[in-house]
Design a protein around this ligand. Structure first.
Ligand SMILES: [Fe+2]
Length: 376
């Protein structure tokens, strides 16, 4: 049983204040670049870190579902004044973009050339991750997901050298998140934990993290949604749950929920967490016959008492569905994706690398069935 997570973590309220010391004394970087997005700039969060990074070069053009041509363009510009550290500040998009840019900082060509596992020739630049949402998990995983604009396909670029060297996980950084982002990123984290637990490569160690993550997230998400500013413990638990959900899926895998959400994200630019929240209960219903015992074990860990395994598993699915409702997550129909697109989505989802990790075998037709059920 292998468990690998080499990133050095600084976790807790106020840890962001140690940023410059970490860069100077631990990473010993002299010329870092900061990768972020316009949302972070407008939120005022950038101002929280800039006093510690005087004169730093800022790249703020990362979009949601980061695109290959954006990454390639920034990398070409970056080569003119090569940095010795990449800092990613933001949600999943700036963090994944930061990993991709760290790779292209030392390797030639376009990011498309590095799709798959360990395709880099030279070790990427060190990467420092600072998550500002409670969902991505990218701060503790080896994968960067980038949309190949030509194929309209989300590529996974991964390898042991793509783990962040350092992650600063400061729950105070999510203090100003709008409710809709708390809901979608928090439910993304819940999806990571549930999928990691039920995935075929799950191990004793990933199960341990996944169960704890589900408990923390379910216990904290509504309090955080209600009032993120004053609910300090919920904020901390949600962020901690998101991180250890990353430990879990980073060392096992995700399943069919992410296969669908990555397809929909690449094709229609739907926010990742929203897509996951919509499909999680429907994929669980499909998977129930193959893993109701394990689902029931998870259900009992979050207080569902039913003695019958199938019934307990069913109750867990209902609990997740009701939670999504209370958190204002839209339904599939609200995304305005026509039924004529289902063939394409099902085909792409089936091709996703994580399809074999789903606990119940899936063909393209099964994805179609899940999409139809979610639509009704
Ligand atoms: Fe995710």
């Amino acid at each position: 049983m292998l468990f690998h997570m080499p990133a050095r973590l600084y976790f807790g309220s106020g840890e962001i204040n140690h940023l410059s010391v970490i860069i100077d004394e631990y990473l010993k970087a002299k010329n870092p670049v900061l990768v972020t997005d316009k949302g972070i700039v407008h939120s005022g969060l950038l101002e929280k870190v800039l006093p510690q990074l005087p004169g730093i070069k800022i790249v703020d053009e990362i979009e949601a579902n980061p695109k290959s041509d954006t990454i390639n363009k920034i990398a070409r510009e970056m080569h003119r004044h090569p940095p010795d550290l990449v800092i990613g500040l933001g949600g999943g998009s700036p963090l994944d973009a930061g990993k991709a840019l760290a790779l292209l900082g030392t390797n030639n060509g376009n990011i498309e050339d590095y799709e798959g596992k360990e395709k880099y020739k030279k070790d990427p630049l060190p990467f420092l991750a600072i998550p500002t949402t409670c969902g991505t998990g990218s701060e503790v995983t080896w994968v960067s997901v980038i949309t190949d604009v030509n194929r309209k396909f989300k590529m996974s670029i991964k390898g042991p050298k793509l783990y962040p060297a350092v992650s600063i996980i400061d729950p105070d950084l999510i203090k100003t998140l709008p409710q809709s982002i708390i809901a979608s990123t928090g439910l993304d984290a819940l999806t990571h934990a549930v999928e990691a637990y039920l995935s075929k490569p799950a191990t004793f160690i990933t199960d341990h993290h996944a169960v704890k993550a589900v408990q923390l997230i379910l216990g904290a998400i509504e309090g955080a949604y209600e009032d993120i500013k004053t609910h300090h413990t919920d904020r901390e638990n949600l962020m901690f749950g998101s991180t250890i959900a990353g430990f879990a899926f980073g060392n096992s895998d995700v399943t069919a929920v992410h296969c669908i959400s990555e397809s929909i994200g690449a094709l229609y630019d739907i926010p990742h967490g929203v897509a996951n929240s919509i499909f999680l209960p429907h994929v669980l219903s499909y998977n129930l016959p193959a893993c109701f015992e394990k689902m029931a074990t998870l259900a009992r860990q979050v207080g569902i008492k039913h003695a019958d395994d199938r019934a307990a598993a069913g109750e867990l699915i209902q609990l997740i569905k009701a939670l999504s409702n209370r958190l204002g997550i839209p339904v599939f129909k609200d995304l305005k994706i026509g039924k004529d697109q289902f063939e394409k989505i099902a085909g792409m989802s089936f091709e996703n690398n994580s399809t074999p990790s789903n606990p119940r075998k899936l063909q393209k037709e099964d994805y179609l069935e899940i999409l139809e059920n979610a639509y009704e």
